[in-house]
Design a protein around this ligand. Sequence first.
Ligand SMILES: *Cc1c(COP(=O)(O)O)cnc(C)c1O
Length: 360
Amino acid sequence: MTVPSLCSPVVGRLEPYVPGEQPRIAGLVKLNTNENPYPPSPRAVAAIEAAAREGLQLYPDPQSLALRETIAAHHGLEAGQVFVGNGSDEVLAHAFFAFFQHAGQPLLMPDITYSFYRVYCRLWGIAPELQPLDEGLAIDVERIAARAAEGACAGIVLANPNAPTGMGLPLSQIERLLAACPQRVVLVDEAYVDFGGESAVSLVPRYPNLLVVHTLSKSRSLAGLRVGAAFGQRPLIDALERVKDSFNSYPLDRLAQAGARAAYEDVAYFDETRRAVMHSREGLALALEDLGFEVLPSQANFLFVRHPAHDGARLAAALRERAVLVRHFARPERIAQYLRISVGTPAQCDALVRALQAIV
Ligand SMILES: *Cc1c(COP(=O)(O)O)cnc(C)c1O
């Protein structure tokens, strides 16, 4: 891409992330961006409405202290061990800046994972070193641990459960990585952990090099509010605060702080909706297997599937013609035959299955 000479040269070298499309098509069954099919907690919505009625002329709390206290209590931590940002994407950007710029040393990450990690590497001039998934598309922990132990690196980043495979690692494997890389940060992005994964937040008090990142966009149905969090020991959180306050003192507005707090407090609603998604996921996996799909084991709110007799790109296009949107990644080659399908409501899952029955 050419950029005008008015721009800083680095702008031309960026490779921006391309999010899944958000089209406005009536009656669309939207299963392409892993949003929660259920609305947020009514208590979160009420808190946002109340916050909108009072005090918007004032700046929000730059420390988001009440929210951090609520989130910390939920996880048995202290507020000083919690960082919050404008979506976990912003939290990740600050974390890459704060922890992974080490004079050209490479950042270890799976070759197939959340594609935003490489975008941040470009932004901050960090060299990614891609570690191939194993034959079953699982993260090859032994390989990454061996690489980290053998020579200098800037750290390790991975998503657990991984995206777009949905496959999770047990905590013992995360501990293996933490032990292999004691001199650098191991960042575990747990965007999908509430749908059946094992969270590493419980390891925070024991590992000074662990940073765990969460989002309210998936399991708390608040993708539109933009709130993410990071968990780590105080020196890591202090570093993130320094970066944040060098960039934007008020990343979370008053509505976001109030709504996010109420969403964490409504544990019953959180449990009810994530259980509904997990239940639908199991039903959808069986229905897709009946249609001849191979379905990777998922601990997330999406399935990663392929059909031995149907091309992935063509399937995605045929579904789109039937107003069903799923995500297809043309690259890397190894996953080009797969579709990533977000788990919808039972009605959305039925619509997807009916469309696929007509296609395959
Ligand atoms: C969705 C997602 C995010 C981004 O979440 P936001 O809080 O909406 O920015 C981060 N990491 C992974 C792996 C995701 O799938």
